[in-house]
Design a protein around this ligand. Sequence first.
Ligand code: SF4
Ligand code: SF4
Length: 395
Amino acid sequence: MIYSDFNGIKLSRLGFGCMRFATDPVTGEIDQKKVEAMFDLAIENGVNYFDTAYPYLGGKSEIAVAEALKKYPRDSYYLADKFPGHSLPGPVDNIALFNVSLNKCRTDHFDFYLLHNINEWSVKIYESDEYHIIPDILKLRDEGKIRHLGFSFHGGPELLEYVLDKYEGMFEFVQIQCNYLDWSLQNAKRKYEIITEHGLGVWVMEPCRGGKLAALSEENSSKLKAFRPEASDASYAFRFLQGLDNIKMVLSGMNELPQVEDNLNTFREYDPLTEEEQNALFEIAESLKRGVPCTQCRYCCAGCPMELDIPYLLECYNDYKYAATTTASVRIDGLTEDKRPSACIGCGQCAHACPQGIDVPAALAELAEMYASGPKWSVEAKPRHESILRDLASD
Ligand code: SF4
Ligand code: SF4
């Protein structure tokens, strides 16, 4: 196992993400035996970091993790959990909610604790005086119940700079979505640089983009097989990350034993990509994109009568075009109405200014449509609100 030295701690570079355990399709129950077999194999081979979160698998992940780890001494592994500020129904007793997680995890502290899912929309909740999240979390840290504090992040580079500048010294690490596709598609490269410039550690989630980079098309997969016929598609995604020095932790949401075995094999020793392999991956990444080739030059912005942040909106557009997840919708939620894609009046100034020849008004009209009809965080929030209120009432 490759290990990272993080502030004096030896962390396995491969961490166990606990969001994707296999569940029974009818009952929704987690296959606990399988979780335990996977954990045993991972621990036997040097994995010492387990990452869960309050909402994972409808609140059942924390319980399954505790059950699978109970036979191991508490100081033999690191446990990470997250505060669900992005899912709150309104201001709640934050300490009580933290204690719900502690109880479910059968522990008295979290080694690593993250503010979950900071983005352009949720940052307002995390910063709100009324919600009082940051002072409460810092109190828990002062009491030793949180050993290392970080946050997971789904916003853009500007917001990341803002958070790291404003809260300098508070956080030790930031968890971002980073893989060879999002390196350009979601600007992970810039986010990696910003975190590194601020002297914090980079934690990676979605190293295989929810499994998509682990199961490439035959055409793309054969390009990789030309280098190493036996290697899995996923191993290339992980080896890409091995080449980035400041990545201290790579979380893989493993749900099958062969996947654990393959990942352990990839992390057995340091084996970053060759230049040729990396170029092949970036070519594959380009072939996966379906959006517009915006370079973020901002030539279009000055002439926009609506003062829209066009490159920001086109980033959201590209994200939607790859897969309709809530990531782009929450970024648009974070904008006021007059800055959303529907505010574009179609004057065409931007298209004339764009050196890439992008038909911006058409892209923004399509984005407005995708935003209106695609998955929305707020719609999905209701069950989460109810479960938080239930947990707090029964605690
Ligand atoms: S077409 Fe839309 S985005 Fe482009 S300049 Fe006009 S209002 Fe702004
Ligand atoms: S001018 Fe074109 S490439 Fe430059 S930021 Fe605007 S849309 Fe993107």
